[in-house]
Design a protein around this ligand. Structure first.
Ligand SMILES: C[S@@+](CC[C@H](N)C(=O)[O-])C[C@H]1O[C@@H](n2cnc3c(N)ncnc32)[C@H](O)[C@@H]1O
Length: 354
């Protein structure tokens, strides 16, 4: 049963599904990655000489692991390369149309976009493996991520507000679906790590009248969470705690922990560190909820998630991970993975039980 909603409802669903809008927005990365592969990395020329395993292809492209996974996952999802017996090979489509010099090669046509700003930026990001804004002297810093050693946009009031409010555009659509996807009957305290606006917590609080929540995030971000918590009428059950999720002790006492759109911001060692830290403070029977997008276990699609992965790669130190990769992290932390339950905009929730 839903609690009586005093403020704005975080449980009201949109009448139409916004997923196509997100797909069109993220679609630009398809063009950028395809053009980069054709015109900057000669990827199809390299593979025309024979199939290669991931490691050999990665080295020949002179890419680090994360950019190589992002690029090759997208090309697999586009149906241009395929994995056969552990080796990456061209599909018939790529063989006929993207190998330089072939009778029906259209690589030069794709190359028309080779010098466009979006493609040049993507090539630079792939080569450096650094997120946008993290290295430039005058830039505000990397979006969404903070840890010791990173110049972060989440530390300044204006940029923290800008990026946090941008995410509210997704959260207000998806939160009602998360609240329905996961039963928190019997749960007492939810810890929303990197909760941002807190909208996912607000929906779960409105849906579960017995529940209290702690939204944990950076101090500048929590200024927005404070406004939202009042707006949704849940301030009496929602505490805001600031800190660094990597370096500070996480607030104790939660039986449920939410990592919503958090792990995809980080490389695998940091993901494991966060999952371990959450698992350590859960009581037996407690649950860690990973709310995120999920690639196929074979890292070959779905295409919209593979293109979103390129967006995550551009802005953060992460990428999209597969259900299998997340299950490995949960299991390594001593948690038992449950089936993934879909929410909205290609997201779903994967619970790990202690
Ligand atoms: C991509 S946003 C996700 C926000 C929200 N959970 C959602 O699903 O929309 C990542 C959040 O993690 C927070 N964050 C990043 N690094 C952090 C750190 N070291 N400690 C605490 N919060 C951090 C950011 O400020 C941001 O609000």
């Amino acid at each position: 049963m839903n609690s009586e909603v005093n403020g704005q409802s975080a449980l009201r669903r949109p009448a139409t599904d916004p997923t196509p809008i997100f797909e069109h927005f993220r679609g630009m990365h398809g063009s950028e990655l395809l053009t980069a592969a054709v015109a900057h990395f000669d990827l199809f020329g390299r593979l025309s000489a024979g199939s290669l395993d991931f490691e050999a292809l990665r080295q020949s492209l002179q890419l680090k692991d994360r950019p190589a996974v992002v690029l090759l996952t997208a090309l697999k999802a586009m149906g241009l390369i395929q994995e056969i017996d552990g080796k990456l090979a061209l599909t018939e489509l790529a063989q006929e149309h993207l190998v330089p010099g072939g009778a029906f090669d259209c690589g030069n046509y794709i190359g028309l976009a080779a010098q466009t700003p979006g493609v040049l930026t993507m090539v630079q990001l792939l080569k450096t493996n650094r997120p946008l804004g993290s290295d430039e002297e005058d830039a505000g810093g990397a979006a969404f991520i903070y840890r010791d050693g990173i110049k972060s946009a989440m530390e300044a009031e204006d940029s923290a507000r800008h990026f946090t409010m941008a995410l509210a555009g997704r959260a207000k659509n998806v939160a009602p679906f998360l609240a329905d996807a996961i039963s928190l009957e019997g749960a007492k305290l939810l810890l929303d790590v990197g909760g941002g606006t807190g909208i996912y917590s607000h929906a779960l609080l409105q849906k579960n009248p017995q529940l209290n929540a702690i939204v944990f995030d950076r101090p500048q971000v929590l200024k927005i969470a404070a406004e939202m918590t009042a707006q949704y009428g849940v301030a009496d059950r929602c505490q805001l705690v600031s800190g660094d999720m990597f370096a500070d002790a996480l607030p104790a006492g939660a039986d449920t922990i939410l990592l919503s759109n958090i792990l995809h911001d980080w490389d695998k060692p940091e993901c494991q560190q966060l999952v371990d830290r959450c698992a350590q403070i859960l009581p037996p029977g407690g649950r860690l909820l990973i709310h995120d997008v999920f690639l196929n276990d074979a890292l070959d699609g779905p295409l919209p998630v593979a293109l979103y992965s390129a967006s995550l790669f551009s802005f953060t130190e992460g990428r999209a991970y597969s259900g299998g990769e997340y299950r490995e992290m949960l299991t390594a932390a001593g948690l038992t993975p449950q089936p993934i339950v879909p929410t909205l905009v290609h997201c779903g929730v994967l619970a790990g039980v202690k």
